[in-house]
Design a binder for this molecule. Structure first.
Ligand SMILES: CC(C)(COP(=O)(O)OP(=O)(O)OC[C@H]1O[C@@H](n2cnc3c(N)ncnc32)[C@H](O)[C@@H]1OP(=O)(O)O)[C@@H](O)C(=O)NCCC(=O)NCCS
Length: 281
């Protein structure tokens, strides 16, 4: 795949617009769309409306924030800066804090084998296995503990905290997740050590031939041993092997982006992730 920038940005736009549509309905507010999840699960974001004649205004942002509050979901907005450069100042003027996250695309020619990055084996959750529901729950528990200790430094939280955070999925949710994994729309990877179980994990969402890797996290007790890079590389390999053409992710910081560089990704642009700015006294 050659990384023709304009084409890649267009495909990313279609991806962001497409990925929530399986499980959410769309509400339109001027130049923005809000994806409202049908049923339980992680709430979605609002983003620029495809094909809108006018860019989103500060008033659109304010209206969507009111709606998100009424729904009881996070006031979350996401967009690709290169596709909507006008939105960054508008979002800030409407009271949002915007994280400018490195947007990175896999270069398959430099994707290393996961085994070269870490000595802890990484496996993909198998949707035909009776353990599949538990694997998905474990990925979420690892992410909950990992994201609760932001940054890349090691810390005290480990397998005990992970097990305490484990929330079993309902049978209905397991069936939905299983169906999505079976047809390639979702993938889950776990790095498991023999004595500690899953110590790092991540997942991928796919729409057509484009996939995003997300939720990469390592328990603080297991950090700085190459696990996040290995989980990322294993997911990327799985996605390529199952026919995905474009694999991307957004890194939470420049520091985290270094990890993805080692897993075969290259910086392409900036993903904007916005939430309400903290209120200062
Ligand atoms: C970010 C995060 C996933 C990294 O996990 P990790 O498993 O420690 O990552 P890695 O071990 O692959 O890389 C981390 C560092 O360890 C180094 N490292 C890798 N293997 C190593 C080894 N065997 N010995 C010493 N250092 C090693 C890497 O070079 C990297 O160093 P750098 O920061 O100087 O670039 C983890 O800190 C985390 O869960 N943070 C909170 C959640 C989060 O931010 N997730 C990412 C969202 S985009």
């Amino acid at each position: 795949m050659s990384l023709v920038h304009g084409e890649v940005f267009e495909r990313l736009e279609r991806f962001y617009d497409g990925v929530p549509r399986d499980t959410a309905h769309v509400e339109t507010y001027g130049g923005l769309v809000l994806f409202v999840r049908d049923g339980a699960g992680w709430p979605f974001y609002a983003r620029p409306r495809p094909g809108a004649s006018e860019p989103p205004s500060a008033a659109d942002v304010t209206t969507v924030r009111e709606r998100q509050r009424a729904l009881g979901v996070p006031e979350a907005f996401e967009w690709v800066h290169e596709n909507h450069p006008e939105l960054l100042p508008v979002a800030r003027s409407a009271g949002l804090a915007v994280l400018e996250a490195p947007l990175m695309v896999l270069d398959p020619a430099i994707l290393p084998p996961a085994e070269r990055l870490s000595d802890v084996p990484v496996r993909l959750a198998d949707p035909t296995s009776p353990d599949f529901g538990r694997d998905v729950a474990t990925q979420r528990a690892v992410a909950a503990i990992g994201f609760a200790a932001p940054g890349t430094a090691p810390g005290d939280a480990g397998p005990v905290a992970r097990d305490a955070a484990l929330v079993a999925l309902t049978p209905r949710r397991v069936d939905e997740e299983r169906a999505q994994a079976a047809d390639g729309r979702r993938a889950y990877a776990l790095a498991e050590s023999v004595d500690q179980g899953a110590v790092a994990a991540g997942m991928a969402m796919r729409v057509g031939d484009v996939a995003e890797i997300a939720g990469i996290a390592t328990l603080p007790t297991a950090r700085r041993r190459g696990l996040a890079a290995a989980v990322t590389a294993a997911l990327a390999r799985h996605l390529l092997d199952s026919g995905t053409e474009l694999v991307f992710l957004s890194a939470g910081s420049e520091e985290v982006a270094r990890i993805y560089l080692r897993a075969g990704f290259r910086r392409l642009g900036t993903a904007c992730i916005a939430e309400p700015a903290p209120v200062t006294a």
